[in-house]
Design a protein around this ligand. Structure first.
Ligand code: HEC
Ligand code: HEC
Length: 341
């Protein structure tokens, strides 16, 4: 609750809830009351050194292709391997609930990262997206572009108290199916709902502006200029939740346009398409029991085939992993008698 009085914020939240009820009488209300979300106002920053750094950081996030992309004039600055912008996935420049917000992160790093098997800094987390989502190479921690993006991300955390947990992180929760998600059904959803913007070939739509503009009107979903196979967006739960909460573009998680089934199936279709490959993915998750059930690449410790790790259902995999973890720690699962008793 920042830069708005509590009263005004509550009135706005009530109004929003009222509109929700009015516009979609059949849609269920959010499970718990959703605290009002207020993003700090970048436009009101003074035009001083800090204000300019934060603005530069936002530009780098909304037009990454123009500053760090594979076609920028200075070869030394070609850190990203594709022409995406961070904000193609971190929607509204990282300020959208369930649009992978970059909000309130300042005090959550360094944090343990299972993929790396160690604690990582916020710079290293940005570089995980640089090398996977952007299919590129890491930016040095002291590169001016890294400092600017971090200044912007810190700015988005302004007013968040240490330890405060905000709602809306990630790409949106979605009830899981008890069957594998189906790429063939998803292809039909794609043709019906996505192709008009992302194209039948998934290649997106370049801007029709002069050639100096290197970006997309609509980003590609697969093919050589997309995120690589090690990206978070290539995991079914992430992309299905993101699509359900945000697509077609402009959708709010309060008014999803796809049913959960459609979201899972269309996500299954998208992750089945060709995309760049990242080297050495088998080195991710040095502790295989910490590997999320929907990681689409091996090795796996749970005995389930790759196909089920890609398309689900994930419940049985999680249960097997929990059993293996309990065996490893020597502890019997809760409620069960201990060995030898
Ligand atoms: C109205 C046009 C439109 C429609 C329809 C649409 N999208 Fe998008 N999509 C976009 C735009 C634009 C973005 C980038 C948003 C931004 O940069 O703010 C995007 C971003 C994405 C992203 C993340 C970025 C990336 O490159 O991977 C995914 C995944 C995605 N869309 C999937 C889908 C799926 C699946 C559907 C169909 C259910 C769909 N979209 C329908 C316009 C659309
Ligand atoms: C293709 C989509 C995509 C693009 C492009 C992308 N990211 Fe991400 N990013 C994600 C997803 C999805 C996550 C959530 C974690 C996961 O599942 O891997 C994430 C997580 C993060 C996080 C950690 C957030 C948290 O809550 O802990 C940061 C920081 C981040 N990205 C920064 C960036 C920056 C900076 C760029 C551009 C240089 C970028 N990302 C480009 C998809 C993307």
């Amino acid at each position: 609750m920042r830069r708005a009085t509590r009263g005004a914020a509550c009135a706005a939240a009530l109004l929003l809830q009222g509109l929700t009820a009015f516009a979609q009488p059949s849609s269920p209300p959010p499970a718990a009351p959703d605290p009002f979300w207020n993003v700090p106002d970048l436009g009101s920053l003074p035009d001083d050194e800090h204000g300019r750094l934060v603005r530069r950081g936002r530009d780098l996030i909304t037009a990454t292709y123009a500053h760090l992309g594979p076609n920028v004039p200075d070869p030394a600055k070609r850190y990203a391997g594709n022409n995406l912008a961070c904000s193609n996935c971190h929607l509204d420049a990282g300020a959208k609930k369930f649009g992978n917000p970059l909000w309130g992160l300042k005090d959550r790093f360094p944090q343990y990262d299972a993929e790396a098997g160690r604690s990582i800094s916020l710079e290293q987390r940005v570089n995980a997206c640089m090398t996977r989502s952007m299919n590129g190479r890491p930016l040095p921690a002291d590169a001016p572009e890294m400092r600017a993006m971090l200044a912007y991300i810190d700015f988005l955390s302004e007013g968040v108290k240490p330890g405060e947990i905000l709602t809306g992180y990630g790409s949106g929760p979605l009830a899981e199916l008890d069957r594998p998600a189906d790429p063939a059904r998803g292809a039909a959803v794609y043709r019906r709902t996505c192709a008009v913007c992302h194209g039948t070939d998934g290649a997106g739509l370049r801007r029709s502006l002069p050639a100096t503009d290197l970006g997309y009107m609509v980003p590609p979903l697969w093919g050589p200029d997309s995120f690589n196979d090690g990206a978070g967006m290539n995991r079914l739960t992430t992309i299905a939740g993101f699509v359900h909460a945000n697509m077609p573009n402009g959708t709010s998680y309060l008014f999803p346009r796809l049913s959960p089934e459609e979201a899972w199936d269309v996500a299954a279709f998208v992750v089945s398409q060709p995309r760049p490959r990242k080297a050495d993915l088998d080195r991710d998750f040095p502790d295989l029991l910490e590997k999320p059930a929907d990681t689409p690449y091996g090795p796996y410790a749970d005995g389930f085939p790759r196909e089920q790790h890609v398309y689900g259902p994930f419940g049985p995999i999680r249960a097997a992993i929990a059993r293996l973890k309990a065996e490893r720690s020597g502890a019997a699962p809760e409620g069960a008698p201990k060995a030898g008793q």
